[in-house]
Design a protein around this ligand. Structure first.
Ligand SMILES: *[C@@H]1O[C@H](CO)[C@@H](O)[C@H](O)[C@H]1NC(C)=O
Ligand SMILES: *[C@@H]1O[C@H](CO)[C@@H](O)[C@H](O)[C@H]1NC(C)=O
Ligand SMILES: *[C@@H]1O[C@H](CO)[C@@H](O)[C@H](O)[C@H]1NC(C)=O
Ligand SMILES: *[C@@H]1O[C@H](CO)[C@@H](O)[C@H](O)[C@H]1NC(C)=O
Ligand SMILES: *[C@@H]1O[C@H](CO)[C@@H](O)[C@H](O)[C@H]1NC(C)=O
Ligand SMILES: *[C@@H]1O[C@H](CO)[C@@H](O)[C@H](O)[C@H]1NC(C)=O
Length: 568
């Protein structure tokens, strides 16, 4: 998500306040358990477990794909996380089965079914549109680099996941998870709440077991927010670790492709499939000499937590957590990490926190104290979208001007008007597009100053500053990671977004309103090995039960809320 809105409702205090304890998943009813898949417990099964079933021939890839298709039929009417299915999924599965039978395994994820956000170009029968009707019928020149890598590794691309239209770039007052092409993605925990975004369907398809893994993109919060609201793990990699070529863009300075999984280990398998250099994306030059062979080697190290140093940037980032169950549960999680040998340092704050983070938390009505990030993204979007559109076939849409005109055209307004749910979805029309259009993409001195300011305050004076605090005795100590609540009332994603630095979020539980929440680990550029090590060990230390399976509240026979927008 780039522009957070519709979250103010969460700032109301929940009255009941019991003694702090991490929520027990047994406290919550799970109304739609998943049927066994050919006798095997597929629900929440890990990549490694599915690998053993496939390798041992207990299950074929075709059977696995069919079980997930059946699951989609059972729960997607409530959640609406799948935007478009790939009609070739079963025949792809057959090819992968034949290879396994012939002793050929492409990678550890050979046969693993995944969904990709609708802004990752797939050169197959599925349309790539960022949720917009404007790009229907357009033809992408080739698979996005990351999609090509997924296919080479043997993943089955089941289709495209629902998302907030244009990854929230169109409007500043919108329904998170809504797009004119896909309708409203629902929060699978509380169907009346926003699902997190903009990679909404990617998150909720994984938590509801419609696929094993899903992929999404983040400019500011678009992986971490829906991962948190799906009670699963999200990895937002360093900008430059995963290629953006073939991705419908927002800002080349901040966009990155990442992965959703139910555990850090699963997500690491997903990252391994997609990271790497790509000559079509210069930012990937940054990774040369800084990446290991694979990331999954860093998971499940039982001794990883002992002696790890983590900082808590308390000022603003923790004070923003306002719902009553979340803060005690998050602090209890920190206590558990301490008991496992983690050294926790409080008040490892950013240098100019008052200038970069609003005292009111992230709240679009007030915005961040400084609007430099918005200045940068507005100019970048104008230029980056033109470059993306220039390669499409069978379309007349070539620029932001064309997109704005499309949204204003009587024919399109009529088609949107034909769906009664569209009007509240974009209460402010296309003001986000218009703000970007007004810049004409000119990188003038205002833009250059804003970019320099964002980088300085988020890197050397932001995350790197907080990672290397000076203790009261005058010595400097190096932190392995910073801990930040993954809560929509905390503005935790915006500084890593501007820095282009990585974040991993792990689930902690769900609160009294059935709102999922989690804890994020933030580090410096290309520190994914450390973050994966600590987040994976933390997930193990917190216990396997911190993730609560979807509760689907408040559903009933007449409340099957597909394609109607949630007011923000
Ligand atoms: C070209 O786009 C139009 C919609 O604008 C669509 O009806 C048509 O099927 C597309 N052609 C191809 C070859 O995809
Ligand atoms: C961190 O320090 C602040 C005071 O600066 C205090 O209010 C807060 O409770 C501390 N948090 C932890 C986790 O120790
Ligand atoms: C740069 O362009 C923006 C509009 O895109 C404008 O508001 C700003 O004043 C310009 N800065 C300079 C120095 O011309
Ligand atoms: C906000 O950012 C601009 C650069 O875009 C900088 O010149 C200005 O000093 C910043 N404002 C504050 C209050 O820090
Ligand atoms: C769902 O969330 C709404 C707030 O959006 C809240 O009023 C309602 O009580 C929640 N339902 C459950 C079952 O927690
Ligand atoms: C189903 O839920 C909707 C929305 O919460 C409510 O208006 C309606 O009365 C409910 N119907 C039944 C049969 O409980």
């Amino acid at each position: 998500m780039f522009l957070f809105l519709g979250l103010l409702v969460l700032n109301v205090q929940v009255a009941a306040c019991t003694s702090p304890r991490l929520p027990d998943p047994a406290d919550f009813i799970q109304p739609f358990p998943m049927a066994k898949c050919h006798g095997l417990p597929l629900e929440d099964a890990s990549v490694a477990q599915i690998r053993r079933w496939l390798d041992g021939r207990a299950l074929t890839v075709r059977q696995l794909v069919q079980c997930y298709l059946d699951r989609m039929e059972q729960v997607d009417p409530y959640v609406n996380a799948v935007m478009e299915l790939n009609p070739d999924a079963l025949s792809i599965a057959d090819v992968l089965d034949a290879e396994l039978a012939a002793g050929k395994k492409r990678s550890p994820v050979h046969g693993i079914p995944v969904l990709v956000k609708d802004n990752l170009a797939t050169k197959d029968k599925v349309q790539t549109t960022a949720g917009s009707l404007a790009l229907l019928g357009s033809i992408v020149p080739r698979d996005a680099h990351v999609v090509k890598r997924m296919r080479e590794s043997g993943m089955v691309i089941m289709g495209h996941a629902g998302m907030s239209e244009w990854a929230d770039m169109r409007s500043t007052d919108y329904s998170e998870g809504y797009s004119p092409r896909g309708g409203q993605v629902r929060n699978s925990y509380n169907l009346t709440q926003q699902p997190g975004g903009s990679s909404s369907g990617s998150g909720h398809s994984v938590t509801t077991n419609m696929v094993t893994l899903a992929f999404g993109t983040e400019t500011d919060g678009s992986i971490i927010s829906p991962a948190e609201r799906s009670n699963i793990v999200g990895i937002k990699p360093t900008v430059g670790l995963t290629s953006r070529a073939g991705i419908i863009p927002e800002s080349s300075h901040q966009d990155t492709v990442g992965v959703f999984g139910r555990t850090v280990e699963d997500a690491a398998y997903g990252l391994d499939a997609i990271f790497g250099f790509d000559w079509r994306d210069d930012a990937t030059l940054e990774q040369l000499g800084k990446t290991p062979d694979n990331y999954v080697q860093f998971v499940r190290d039982k001794r990883a937590l002992k002696g790890m140093k983590v900082g808590i940037p308390w000022d603003r980032l923790w004070t923003g957590v306002t719902t009553s169950l979340q803060l005690p549960a998050l602090l209890e999680a920190v206590e558990i990490l301490k008991q496992h040998g983690v050294e926790v340092y409080n008040n490892t704050n950013y240098k100019y926190v008052d200038e970069i983070v609003s005292p009111d938390g992230w709240n679009w009505a007030y915005g961040p104290t400084n609007q430099s990030e918005v200045t940068v993204v507005n100019v970048d979007f104008y230029n980056n979208i033109r470059a993306y559109l220039s390669e499409l076939g069978n379309t007349t849409i070539r620029s932001l001007e064309d997109l704005v005109a499309f949204n204003d055209a009587p024919a399109h307004l009529a088609s949107e008007g034909g769906k009664p749910d569209v009007a509240p979805a974009f209460a402010s029309g296309q003001d986000g597009f218009l703000a970007s259009l007004a810049t004409k993409g000119i990188e003038n001195s205002t833009y250059k100053q804003a970019l320099t300011w964002c980088r300085r305050t988020s890197r050397a004076e932001g995350i790197d500053y907080a990672l290397n605090p000076i203790l009261p005795d005058g010595t400097r100590v190096h932190m392995d990671a910073l801990l930040i609540p993954s809560d929509d009332s905390s503005p935790g994603t915006s500084i890593p977004a501007q820095a282009g630095y990585p974040i991993i979020t792990v689930p902690i539980g769900i609160d009294a309103w059935h709102t999922p929440f989690g804890l994020s680990f933030v580090g410096t550029a290309f520190s994914e090995p450390t973050l994966i090590k600590i987040a994976s060990a933390a997930q193990d230390a917190l216990g396997p039960h911190r993730r609560v399976r979807p509760t689907f509240y408040e559903f009933n026979a007449t409340n099957i809320p597909v394609n109607s927008a949630i007011g923000t």
